[in-house]
Design a protein around this ligand. Structure first.
Ligand code: SAH
Ligand code: SF4
Length: 371
């Protein structure tokens, strides 16, 4: 699809037209990644974070938050639970921490998860920016996928939503290092950031293509009261050195309402599916924060991965990346039937006990099987 057509779709509001787009995207997903939806049980192992991203509720600079770190035993108990629930894979996610002790801690947890499942549990990490050596160690320990969102592929907008010492270039280098090491590499963006244009969003899709990304995890940006980006007056963010006068052209500073957020999230999902075809794509939890059926709608717009939250309930309120993040126990054991039903209601089949790797990773973008 041409850039111009993508821009048109990001402006489209007619429900019938949008429905047509989503149907095409779902058909494209079925053709290129199959009818199944695969599980990645999400373990949010710590909210300790050394970074200060302006949009995030667990940023290190938020004083209104008690910090927690799960013990290796707690993490392994969660992983065992995921395995017993027939989720083929888990994702370990946390705020960003670095250093030797932390590298060893994660390495041992990854080994432990492999051991308890006889090597059968797939492991995705989402632990931020690390050195190549650390990424390599975790890969050797058994992690085989990594999610590192670029957040926006527009370097100036990136700088605007982060403090001056967070670097777009370094994040991009990390993404490329992950690919080089051999991880199935995932990235994504936040949709509807203040000042983000439709053109920026289309460029994000071309960024995924250029970087030869295997997995996409993107969703709406949802303000968090304790994060500076949520406060309009802070949009100028003098700390980032971006004043009204030298703001990049095209960044008008508008923001989106919830309905726009949901629509844009679904349209971006559909356009990304139609453009990249055989990547894995998550039905974002942030979609569900806006609409109770957001994840199902994500599947119907071309997503094929779901990340049920299996973090112990007692920690969930402390891992609020954004306001209204669902934190009840609806995804854990007793309600997994509910999730099964929700997936089947879309016409998709839950892919229990399977890794469901991205065909893009296995076959590249010119996947002849589905040509
Ligand atoms: N610390 C790691 C992983 C945890 S944060 C990292 O940053 O990579 C995971 C993702 O949460 C981030 O990549 C970001 O895209 C998303 N996120 C943070 N704050 C958000 C908000 N207010 N709205 C929507 N997504 C948000
Ligand atoms: Fe930390 Fe990730 Fe939140 Fe940034 S987005 S503050 S790195 S948890």
């Amino acid at each position: 699809m041409k850039k111009k057509e993508m821009l048109h779709w990001l402006d489209e509001k007619d429900p019938d037209q949008l429905d047509g787009l989503f149907r095409k995207a779902r058909a494209c997903a079925i053709e290129h990644v199959g009818t199944k939806v695969y599980f990645r049980g999400l373990i949010e192992l710590s909210n300790v974070c050394s970074k200060n991203c302006y949009y995030c509720g667990i940023r290190g600079g938020n004083p209104n938050l008690a910090r927690y770190s799960m013990t290796p035993e707690e993490i392994l108990t969660c992983a065992r639970q995921a395995f017993e629930m027939n989720y083929g894979s888990v994702v370990l996610q946390a705020g960003e921490r670095r250093g030797e002790d932390y590298a060893v801690f994660i390495e041992e947890v990854v080994r432990g998860m492999k051991a308890l499942s006889d090597g059968r549990l797939g492991i995705t990490l989402s632990l931020g920016e690390q050195t190549s050596e650390t990424y390599e160690r975790w890969f050797k320990a058994g992690a085989h996928r990594y999610l590192l969102r670029i957040e926006t592929s527009h370097p100036e907008l990136y700088q605007k939503i982060h403090p001056g010492n967070h670097s777009f270039g370094e994040r991009l280098d990390c993404l490329r290092a992950l690919k080089r090491i051999g991880y199935q590499t995932g990235t994504g963006v936040m949709i509807g950031l203040p000042g983000q244009t439709r053109e920026d969003l289309v460029n994000d899709i071309f960024f995924f293509e250029r970087e030869d990304i295997d997995m996409i995890g993107m969703g709406p940006y949802i303000p968090h009261a304790d994060a500076p980006l949520a406060r309009q007056s802070d949009l100028l963010m003098p700390e980032a050195g971006v004043s009204m006068e030298n703001r990049p052209s095209g960044l008008s500073g508008f923001r989106y309402d919830a309905e726009d957020q949901l629509r844009l999230g679904l349209v971006m999902t559909a356009l990304t599916r139609l453009h990249l075809k055989n990547v894995n794509m998550v039905a974002a939890t942030a979609l569900q924060a806006i609409d109770d059926e957001g994840r199902e709608r994500g599947i119907l717009a071309g997503a094929n991965i779901i990340m049920p939250n299996i973090t112990p309930v007692k920690y969930r309120a402390k891992y609020q990346l954004y306001a209204g993040k669902p934190y009840l126990d609806e995804d854990a054991c007793q309600c997994s039937h509910g999730l099964d039903r929700r997936i089947r209601a879309t016409g998709a089949e839950p892919g229990y006990n399977e890794w469901g790797d991205s065909p893009h990773f296995r076959f590249g973008k010119n996947d002849l099987r589905s040509a």
